[in-house]
Design a protein around this ligand. Structure first.
Ligand code: NDP
Length: 253
């Protein structure tokens, strides 16, 4: 995306990033901090969270606040408890980036194991939805909140072998569309980002033979991640954006 954000684009904004411990989420959290935001980091691994919080501190001089939640065992009740502990720390949320996700196995539908299907749905759909429900009151306290989900090209057109992950991303697109319609007259916008093939550990597990050097890095995608959190996107709602428009889905050639 050809977008030139101002250095202080996110000054005064409070943004929560899920899956902030690695890959795209870690890069987004650091990028938001560099553009002036107070970032809240959510992950399942407290050691990795502390490392990212320390990196945030080198940018903002105060560490990012961290919140531990294993989305694979999260329930509506634990998400409400987490939202209450977030509300005890910050007055509102101006942005929520739902980035955490799992791939499951690349396998034909006929061979998907029940526990793999369950984990992918639990993390990518159920826990993402319960977190959204629990955090909506804090988002609605913002004068211009931005709720961003993370989709995939296989969440728009199914592809053989991508079973549970593809179905979970179709659900993500649906969740975004319904919420965007429900809040269209309020000061909350709801959109999706499809990162496109990006150099992360998830991508490497999906395409182990691929030359990762041919892929964009998380840092390359950040203009769109910034755009959707800043004021320039105030009128965007219900849109599924591509961070790499025109990229052909599948392995890098
Ligand atoms: P990574 O595997 O690099 O990072 C995933 C993040 O999600 C990590 O922080 C991970 O935590 C966290 N996470 C995983 N499971 C849980 C859980 N049970 N509870 C809490 N956090 C969890 O993935 P990417 O950065 O590649 O992917 C980020 C998003 O982008 C995902 O939604 C993915 O589906 C999507 N995407 C990625 C593409 C790509 O090519 N990379 C393409 C299209 C979409 P931990 O550090 O502990 O593992």
């Amino acid at each position: 995306m050809d977008y030139q954000p101002k250095n202080n684009l996110l000054e005064g904004r409070i943004i929560l990033v899920t899956g902030a411990t690695d890959g795209i989420g870690r890069e987004a959290a650091l990028t938001y901090a560099r553009h002036g935001a107070e970032v809240l980091l959510l992950g399942r691994n407290s050691e990795k969270l502390s490392q990212v919080a320390a990196e945030v501190a080198t940018i903002t001089r105060k560490p990012g606040k961290t919140f531990v939640l294993d989305m694979n065992s999260a329930t509506p009740a634990t998400c409400q408890t987490l939202a209450a502990s977030i509300a005890a720390e910050v007055p509102r949320l101006d942005g929520l980036l739902h980035n955490a996700g799992v791939l499951g196995d690349i396998a034909p539908m006929s061979e998907i194991k029940p526990h793999v299907w369950r984990e992918v749905m639990q993390v990518n759909v159920d826990a993402t939805f319960w977190l959204t429900q629990a955090l909506l009151p804090l988002l609605l306290k913002s004068a211009a909140g931005s709720l961003v989900f993370t989709t995939s090209s296989v969440g728009r057109t199914g592809r053989a072998g991508w079973g549970s992950y593809a179905v979970s991303k179709f659900a993500t697109e649906g969740m975004m569309q319904v919420l965007a319609d429900e809040y269209k007259d309020r000061h909350l916008r709801v959109n999706c980002i499809n990162p496109g093939g990006t150099r992360t550990k998830m991508r490497a597990s999906a395409f182990p033979q691929e030359d990762a050097n041919k892929l964009k890095t998380p840092a390359d995608l950040m203009p769109l991640y910034l755009y959707l959190m800043g004021d320039d996107s105030r009128n965007e709602n219900g849109v599924s954006f591509d961070a790499q428009p025109g990229r052909k889905p599948g392995a890098a050639e």
